[in-house]
Design a protein around this ligand. Sequence first.
Ligand SMILES: Nc1ncnc2c1ncn2[C@@H]1O[C@H](COP(=O)(O)OP(=O)(O)OP(=O)(O)O)[C@@H](O)[C@H]1O
Ligand SMILES: [Zn+2]
Ligand SMILES: [Zn+2]
Length: 801
Amino acid sequence: MAQIGQVLVDVPTMQTNEPYSYAIPDQLQDQVEPGMRVTVPFGHRMVSGFVVGISDESDYDGQLKPIQAVLDLAPVLNRELRQLADWLATTTFAFRITCIQTMLPNLLKASVERFIQPTDEISAAERTTYFPDGTARPFDTEKLDEATVSGLLKLRRAGKVTVTYQVKDKAAVKTLAAIVPALPATKLQEIATTVAKRAPKQAQLLTYLQTMGDQPVAQTQVAHEAAVSAEVIRTAVAKGWAAKKALEVYRDPFQRPVQPTQPLTLNAEQRVAVDAISAAVTAQRAQTFLVEGVTGSGKTEVYLQSIAQALKLGRTALMLVPEIALTPQMTNRVKSRFGHAVAVLHSGLSKGEQYDEWRRIDRGEATVVVGARSAVFAPLHNLGLIIMDEEHESSYKQDENPRYHARDVALWRGRYHGCPVVLGSATPSLETRARAAKGLYTRLVLAHRVNDHPLPTVHIVDMREALKANGDGDFSPDLLTAIQARLDRQEQVVLMLNRRGYSSFMMCRDCGFVLKCPNCDISLTLHVDTHSMKCHYCGHEEAIPRVCPNCHSRKIRYYGTGTQKIEKALQERLPAARILRMDVDSTRRKGAHERILKQFGSHQADILLGTQMIAKGLDFPNVTLVGVLNADTALGLPDFRASERTFQLLTQVSGRAGRAEKPGEVFIQTFNPDHYAIQLAQRQDYERFFVTEMHMRHQGNYPPYYFAAQLTASHEDEQVAAKAMYQIVAVLKQGLSPNAIVLGPTPKAIARVKRKYYYQVVIKYKHEPQLQAVLEQIRQGAQQAQRGLTITIDPEPMNFM
Ligand SMILES: Nc1ncnc2c1ncn2[C@@H]1O[C@H](COP(=O)(O)OP(=O)(O)OP(=O)(O)O)[C@@H](O)[C@H]1O
Ligand SMILES: [Zn+2]
Ligand SMILES: [Zn+2]
């Protein structure tokens, strides 16, 4: 009986989660398997698709169109990852094909090209007009002019040209030109003797060829080892003594040499953690651990030794880091311990490098994967351990479809493989810490720094005073004195300029007052377009104040400064200081980040001035001073997580100071010295912060007490977006219980992006068994909605702006 392939087609406008049935032609019967990419006819074109199933019968009565071509020799997604894609689609309200695309390396996202070519029917004149090269030409209706397109279509109707499809499969395997001997050794020897006099170099190569065996060797290597030029090799090939072969090679994204390291002797707290995790690895238990360890407590060593346990049992390990491009130090540490077993996956690699690393993982050649968010989909078999470092980082949440959180995916894979998941942080997210409190996660605490080095001493600098003293809102006298002392002692300084919330809110520079919503206790956002202050939760709007409502000062203004400006100002104040700047601009080029850190690490600079990207993971023993120039900017954001983010950032960045023998000191400049997030960051007291913040969340009905979901509508016409949102609110109110809190619709913080208006609704709820169904109904309704209207659903928004 003929086989039927169930294919998810890759047509973004044809949004469906259901596969289509296609006939599998005889010649492809043995080739098609679930998990492979294919091309199929769809309407009048050829599109790529993904086989999710094969069956013998179809409910479809008519004639089925056949699958045209198979793009893969083996499935690119295994059974586990296909199940994961389905789960992802359901829980994030994304399309199955979108989820599959997200899981594949970029290189495997094939696209189809159309070609048009002449048939025998075509006249000579038509041929010269339409086919100047005489052969097939790409048929891209967007690039060709209208007359050519209509002319070609006319020819097609007359049967004078045909259209063919070719898949531009970008999955190029990298190859090197290589050489193999084409004749038996005895024959080569014979020729060598005859040419020896007249062409000694050729004889030399012939002798080398005899020693080669039948494995191809890279041409450059042959040239080097036989000490002959490329020209001599070309001649040998032309004469039929040797043959050219393509040698498959991996692009190694990790060319720099690493020093191998041995496991360190663990201290008592580390020992307890490694033992607990190893036990779960050995028992193949899907247990979740929270490793709550202060900065510099040696969490990385705990991860490494737990990974070693998984490898010892013949299993594999996945280690997630927030943004790997920003943490070359971590990659180095893993690579130095596990060498070639390590594959690295992140967006900083070229597509080819990503693909090669992905294949090494899929083939089982790499058994440890270090990577950023999307590495959570790495095709590791037989997972024994998953680690998520800095688990509180918001970069683990994807901001576009599918809107998944890598933590949820990690937990899913942990259950699938029966392996533990380790969530590590000095400042865990409230959600995670709350789950540990409930006993859902096992909490492992590293309360002390390695070798009992003390945590740094943190000073809070009241910038209201500093501003009065020297009129300088950027550098307080205290901070400048402290920096100078480091310069004198040849120690190093890390300075952070917080760019989050840059210029989006207003603050009084005399009293630190930030304008808040009277209904929501969340700061109002400045809208330059409407000249007003708005609340993004409830829609409250008021005029931009001219004087501070609290102290009547006129020094109320946007908050925010650029790193370049700060660098210049700092250099003027400290002319002798060598400053390195690390921000989006200075790290645009590939490898720039790593180069800057290397320079700083080898003390080619005294001060590393940067944005939030310098807050995490850096481990430089000579850094004894950390300065935070503006602690407040993130506090003013209209986000219920503003305090949490501020506390985390300040604690993380403070942790860069005094990690080795020399004690560390931190200066936090703030206009809000009494804010609890800043006070508790000064004490680096996470537990106290957790209790305080949980209380605030409880009062405000925020996560983790409530769940939240966010819906957004966008359209070029503001009316359309707003109206769609009002209709959605009606659907929600009808479908959900009266306990659910529906906030909005309100315009988003940046209400207009790329000529589109954004409106949003936030749902806060505790138990809403109907929510999934209601949201699914809204998602389906959105497809029939007005042209140009986009509805997005985020089941777990990281920010509400
Ligand atoms: N058992 C140990 N004995 C000696 N040195 C150790 C030990 N464990 C870790 N270290 C060293 O202590 C330093 C800090 O460790 P690590 O960077 O792992 O801390 P961390 O907890 O990840 O900190 P952060 O959260 O600030 O990034 C490192 O230089 C590491 O090599
Ligand atoms: Zn004021
Ligand atoms: Zn409000």
